[in-house]
Design a binder for this molecule. Sequence first.
Ligand code: SF4
Length: 361
Amino acid sequence: MHSDLQYLKTRANFIRFSYIEEMEKHLLAFESRLSSKNIKVRWMMEEAEMVDFICKSMPKANYNKICFDCPKIPDGFFEKKNFIKQISIDAFEKNNDSAENLVVQADFGIVETGSIIFINKNSKNCFNNLEKIFIILNINDLIIRQNDLETLLFLQKKVNKSFQSDDIKIISSPPSRIIAKKFQMSNEDNYTLEKIEAYVLLYDNGITEILEDNVLRETLYCINCKKCKEVCPVYRQTKEFSPIELVKYHCREENMRNIKLFENTTLCGNCNEVCPVQINFTQLIINQMQKFSKRSHLHEKNMDIFKVFFKRSKMNKVNSKMRRYFFIRKYFGKNKKLTNYFSGCKENFFNISQKERHQKL
Ligand code: SF4
């Protein structure tokens, strides 16, 4: 069983590698497949640009009814209060309210077929009540072949069944909406189907910048399973950055002055073990730490912690209560959340228990 899992993870890593390494070529092929099926494609660099485009595409001068089914609603929409009326996803799903427009985040795009995959979306049964649908798809969330999807879904474990299950919706052409006919002859159907306007917004979201970095590029393999977050001892305590967020966004040049890297990792390696696409977080973080440690503006305290992390195998052996107390005070005294976390650790300093780790795998 373990070797099967290892095989699947290696396969998933290869699936992601194949796409990311030739992203541009595959994106262009995906775009042309969508366009041939009358799905309009727009390339978006930034969030503000995306909000602007969606608002300009809405038909009315004010109070366009819009529903969002995405993990985070772009902030820009909240400034357009007179222009849009937000319909809650619950009301939309239960048919208590209707929306003319939907903004929904897709989970995957499949290059080979030009299809878009939605997993566990509340709005999936309401697509045929809309006039316009705006599908946000991050440019790294594509895979080349449909066959590869099953492997990734199995590893994501967001769905337990096969990918025809109710949890998944696949669209390959604009959904149709049902229009009631006003007049009809007695033998005719009393409704017609009309294709709704569908836009796919290929969202850069800083991805092309990461792509240029040969080391950080590996972070684009992520399939958003959130397993690294669940096993991260620092995230559990601070609720600040999941391992992938930490590596992706806080290792970048422009964030270097507010660097959070040193305070938000213990280099325990739990995330490496659970990641279904085998992102090597520990190595990535150590690489970045080494890079930052050469910069002159780096605070001395960070350098100290950096050295400490390299001795982490020793740290796990600090078992006497007294030694542990002094150790924590010395190295983490100024960071209350981490102090609390380490003080509360009964067993090994950093590693989650074996049992817990196997549950996550
Ligand atoms: S474990 Fe983390 S980095 Fe790996 S795929 Fe899941 S969310 Fe992404």
